[in-house]
Design a protein around this ligand. Structure first.
Ligand SMILES: [Zn+2]
Length: 203
C-alpha cells in the first residue's frame, strides 16, 4: 500500500470517528434541551441515543434561570439555522413532520451528519462546532462541569490509546506526555500542520 493511500485511509478513519463523536453530542444536546425545560440536570449520561430517564420535580418549580432560557433559545436558533441547510445539502424537498421542532431537528441532524460530511465538510464542521459548543453550555446551564472522557481511537501522533476529549475547552488531547498532541473537537477541516493535503472523505 502506498503512503498516499495509507494517509487518505487514516484521514477517512479520523473523519468517521469525528462524525461518530459529534452525532453523540447532537443526541445529548437533544436530551438536554428537553431536560433543561424542567431545569433538571441531565448529567451522568453519555453515549447512546436513547431517551433519557428523567423525572419531573415533585415539588414546586425552581425559579426561572436566565442562562437556561438563553441556552434553550440558542439551541432553537441553531436548529432553525442549520436544519434547512442540512435538508438543502441532502436535496430533501418538501415538509417533514416536526421539521421546526428542536429535538426532532437535532436528532435528524445527528442521523444526517455522515451524509452532510460526504457532501460538504465545511457545513459538517459548522454544525459540529455549534453542537459541541451548545452541548457544553447546556451542561453549564444545568450546573454541571463537562468532564473529560477517553476515546478508543489511537492517537494520530504517537499511536497510543491515550486520547481524551476535554469538552470544556473543545479539544482532543493526547495524554502521553511525550506526545501532547492536541486538536479541535469541532471539525475535520483543521488539519495539523504536519499533514498537508486534501481531505479524502468516505463515510
Ligand atoms: Zn499522542
Amino acid at each position: 500500500m502506498d503512503v498516499k493511500k495509507q494517509w487518505s485511509e487514516s484521514e477517512a478513519r479520523r473523519v468517521e470517528a469525528h462524525v461518530k463523536r459529534t452525532r453523540e453530542r447532537l443526541r445529548d444536546l437533544a436530551d438536554r434541551y428537553i431536560a433543561l425545560e424542567g431545569h433538571i440536570p441531565a448529567g451522568g449520561r453519555r453515549g447512546g441515543g436513547d431517551v433519557p430517564a428523567f423525572h419531573a420535580p415533585a415539588g414546586p418549580r425552581a425559579p426561572l434561570r436566565v442562562e437556561v432560557v438563553d441556552v434553550r433559545d440558542e439551541v432553537a436558533l441553531y436548529v432553525r439555522d442549520f436544519l434547512p441547510r442540512v435538508r438543502l445539502s441532502m436535496r430533501l424537498k418538501g415538509i417533514t413532520r416536526g421539521a421546526g421542532d428542536v429535538r426532532p431537528g437535532l436528532l435528524f441532524m445527528a442521523r444526517m451528519l455522515p451524509f452532510v460530511y460526504a457532501r460538504s465538510a465545511a457545513l459538517g464542521d459548522e454544525i459540529s462546532r455549534g453542537a459541541w459548543d451548545l452541548e457544553r453550555r447546556a451542561a453549564w446551564a444545568a450546573g454541571e462541569v463537562p468532564r473529560p472522557f477517553a476515546l478508543t481511537d489511537p492517537c494520530g501522533g504517537c499511536g497510543l490509546h491515550s486520547l481524551w476529549v476535554v469538552p470544556e475547552r473543545m479539544v482532543i488531547r493526547c495524554g502521553n506526555p511525550a506526545c501532547g498532541r492536541q486538536e479541535s473537537v469541532s471539525g475535520v477541516s483543521v488539519t495539523v500542520a504536519s499533514q498537508p493535503g486534501r481531505l479524502t472523505l468516505r463515510v
